[in-house]
Design a protein around this ligand. Structure first.
Ligand SMILES: [Zn+2]
Length: 505
């Protein structure tokens, strides 16, 4: 399809290195930035003009880690750890139809656009195994809205309770029986579905990529993880895993493997340039060295880490070791939104409670680079996304400089990271096309989407009511188990408490 040539006139173009925003024209040919020049520059006849006077132009933010299936789950839990969330999983995600899968992806995408994101890495969950139709429906959901995506079916051949048997044994006997009867699909069946997906992916990979997400090391057998590794290598796609997210995982990992989770993944050949580890809160220095040596990426999700009480990920140390770090929100069932401005701000803020030495804090320019170029690399788009330069795709966010967040305009980078909350997002361009124009979608009927989401949510809450009651009956047991395991020693500390006394430092 031939795309229209467009020129964006007189917008204030963000420059990260010198923290400036000078007026520029941007000429876009076939969805790619062809030329950037002074206002009024010559363009070929017939070029469509977009007036960006009074707008700050910044690269579309790129969400390095989300879950489309979580978009109906905003605000569903309060004092939940990761293990509470996983315990509640069936009650949040059960009874989804194919239409629900497409709808949840669309809802997630719409929120991202309204909040200034243009691409995302979505780990979408289907149980007991990913399906061709399901993943196609998710991809369609993102394409309907116009958001680029890397869609990774989130998979496991174990359940939470076969992954952490001690947790199962901490529950009442009646619950143990019910939960031990739940089975994930066998590894061979899941891998067969993945191969079918990879062989027949009908979407343009410049727009919508496929990747694989064996979700959590403890939840996946070695045979399954190496099967995913081989498929990712054979089809040249990304691998994305939740890694060392909670302290329970890393303590259980040492018990299971006799080494850290990362050391184990390295040993079985999972680490490499196509690998992204999400969260990575409890990586030690040796784990980080393995990441750097193998060219892996990290999806840093500070909001989710705080919300689920997982601790502070050592993002500064990761950057210092040369690891590529992107930023993500995580799914709305545990974040509880898709606001990358807030994710950047939290990345900046949590880096400042780790040490009094300001040199160790993330600069706002680093947070913004992570949320654009860092994430782009993790998604597998490399230099094509995350920057407004000739040769990059025209994925551009227009922020209204009359919005109170930018009045007065002192330092555009500091204000994007520390002030903006997405309310200044005026228009959003992907591939040279405005998908949000003056806060109106040009691609979807937003009001209809909201009605459909409300109706689906109501239906699914009713369908999952019994599962929800069952899961909430186990919450106190899960809490006690988490506290108990937190007392087992581990050689690093990522909470804002004294490791000896457990009190606030
Ligand atoms: Zn996640």
């Amino acid at each position: 399809m031939t795309k229209q040539n467009t020129v964006i006139r007189s917008g204030r173009l963000l420059s990260l290195p010198d923290r400036s925003a000078e007026a520029r024209d941007i000429f876009v040919r076939d969805g790619t930035i062809a030329e950037i020049g002074p206002p009024g520059m010559d363009v070929p006849e017939g070029t469509v003009e977009i007036d960006a006077n009074g707008m700050l132009l910044m690269p579309g933010l790129i969400n390095a880690h989300t879950h489309g299936h979580g978009s109906l789950g905003k605000g569903l839990g309060d004092r939940w750890t990761l293990e509470h969330l996983l315990n509640a999983g069936p009650s949040i995600n059960g009874h989804r139809t194919l239409e629900d899968k497409c709808l949840t992806a669309r809802l997630n995408a719409a929120e991202m656009v309204l909040k200034g994101s243009t691409a995302t890495y979505d780990l979408y969950f289907e149980f007991p195994a990913p399906t061709l139709e399901g993943m196609h429906a998710v991809a369609r959901g993102y394409e309907d809205v116009g958001v680029r995506s890397t869609i990774a079916p989130m998979m496991a051949d174990h359940t939470l309770f076969t992954a952490i048997p001690a947790l199962l044994h901490a529950l009442p006997e009646s619950a143990q029986k019910r939960l031990s009867e739940i089975r994930a699909a066998p590894a061979e069946e899941i891998l067969k579905n993945c191969r079918a997906l990879l062989q027949d992916w009908p979407f343009d990979p410049d727009r919508t990529k496929l990747a694989l997400a064996p979700t959590i090391p403890l939840h996946c057998s070695d045979d399954f993880m190496t099967g995913c590794r081989n498929l990712a290598r054979d089809f040249d796609v990304g691998l994305h895993m939740h890694l060392s997210e909670s302290r329970i995982q890393v303590v259980t990992g040492i018990e299971r493997y006799g080494k850290t989770l990362t050391a184990h993944l390295d040993e079985i050949g999972l680490l490499g340039p196509r690998f992204t580890g999400a969260h990575c809160v409890w990586l030690d220095d040796d784990d980080m060295r393995r990441f750097a040596d193998n060219g892996c990426s990290v999806a840093h999700n500070p909001g989710s880490n705080l919300r689920l009480g997982n601790g502070i990920a050592p993002a500064r140390r990761m950057l210092d070791q040369g690891i590529n770090v992107g930023i993500g929100t995580d799914g709305s069932q545990c974040a509880d939104h898709q606001n990358m401005f807030e994710a950047m701000r939290l990345a900046s803020f949590v880096s400042r409670i780790a040490h009094p030495d300001t040199d160790s804090w993330l600069e706002t320019s680093e947070a913004l680079a992570m949320a654009t170029r860092g994430s782009a690399k993790a998604l597998g788009f490399g230099d094509a996304l995350g920057q407004i330069v000739p040769g990059a795709r025209a994925d551009i966010v227009f922020c209204d400089l009359t919005n109170i967040n930018f009045v007065p305009l002192n330092d555009p980078v500091n204000q994007i990271v520390h002030t903006e909350d997405s309310s200044a997002v005026h228009s959003v361009m992907v591939d040279g096309r405005l998908i949000l124009d003056n806060r109106r979608f040009t691609t979807i009927d937003y009001e209809k989407l909201c009605r459909e989401a409300e109706a689906a949510s109501e239906r699914l809450l009713a369908a999952n009511a019994e599962a929800r009651e069952f899961a909430s009956g186990l919450e106190s047991y899960v809490s006690r188990f988490c506290v108990g395991l937190a007392e087992q020693p581990y050689h690093i500390h990522r909470w804002a408490t004294d490791p000896q006394t457990g009190r606030m430092i």
